[in-house]
Design a protein around this ligand. Sequence first.
Ligand code: ATP
Ligand code: ZN
Ligand code: MG
Length: 393
Amino acid sequence: MAEQLTLTPVIPIPAHLVGQVQAKLAYVDEAIASASIAADGSRIDLQLRAAAPADLEAKVQSVVQDMASGASKPKVEVLEDHLQRGVPYAADPMPELEQRGEVHQETNGVYSFGPLLANLIGVFEDYFLELAAEFGAKPQRFPTLISAEMLGRVNYFRAFPHSLTFATHLREDLHIISDFAENTVYEPAGLSASLESFSKIQALLSPAVCYHLYFGLADKPLPGGQLAATAVGHCFRYESSNLNSLERLWDFTMREVIFVGSREYVLDNREAARQKVTPWLQELGLAYMVESANDPFFVGEFRKQAAFQNAFQLKYEIRARLPFKDSTLAVGSYNYHQDFFGRHLNITLPDGKPAHTGCVAFGLERMAYAFLAQYSLDPAQWPAIVREARAWA
Ligand code: ATP
Ligand code: ZN
Ligand code: MG
């Protein structure tokens, strides 16, 4: 029986952490259907699918404790602020996209797109390829699956276990495969087959694009001492009950421009990329801001890692305004990983030191969604660089 549970956090949740703690509550217990935290951090409301298990409150409170105790508000650095730029539209584009058959949901967080969205993403992609070319970035194609061994080497399982998506297959066994073929049916909870029938995990669905480049460079000197590359790829992040229309998908696509080399090379290029993207966002007419941010680390790693990223300005997000809900959505990020991948993967510079890495990453579905949320589905309302880029039917 569905019910509701209201809890008072053991320690008040600082306002700047409310969104991030709330997002983690989705992973605390399967009984939680959704969670919301009051904006001032004083109250947690849980919608439950089933009666509350005995240890539910303790689990919720431990997340609050781990993420919020001793947390100090990071100094948010705002590099660009065009959030109040005038835009012509203020409704959610999703109902119209659905009604026109432009989006089709296959399962939770998994969508196919029709011609309008495909073309719009094509326009953005044309620009990202131009941007990449300005850095002499070489094109690459990466697989959709990613090595479990290599993800382990870069501590991904420790940092982001909650959002992993695993690839498996039936074990090589005549009885298991025949039994699966004859008896497996889809049930609302998922396929009826027993987990015993499946292999151990050797590969996962890739959570990011640039990891593939670093894995390919592992355990050797970096050719030429520096390089720029670009690739687009499907990325998978299981966002549980945080999955939400086109804002937060399980399966999405990212375009990245990636830099590997010395500290200066990576930082200079990350900044140069930002300076080139700014006038494009201007022409696009996007209402957005760029500000410092941190990655969505899981509970145990959150406090330390998020503070570290903030303190060293390792991540800046391009946050577009969603006028219909008076909020913002990250459509891209400028990232600097220091020599993290260089050290863990043994990628060496000519002086023998580990290479530094960084990337500029754009979420293609979010770019399209934020643009339509500000400019509607009517090309007549669009800025010229988009309107004139294609023949819109
Ligand atoms: P968020 O803070 O919204 O969870 P993120 O900071 O984890 O996103 P990055 O790791 O910086 O995202 O990924 C680069 C871009 O990929 C994001 O700016 C966003 O546009 C896109 N992206 C990330 N996660 C998702 C998702 N679940 N669905 C759709 N796009 C996503
Ligand atoms: Zn990246
Ligand atoms: Mg983010």
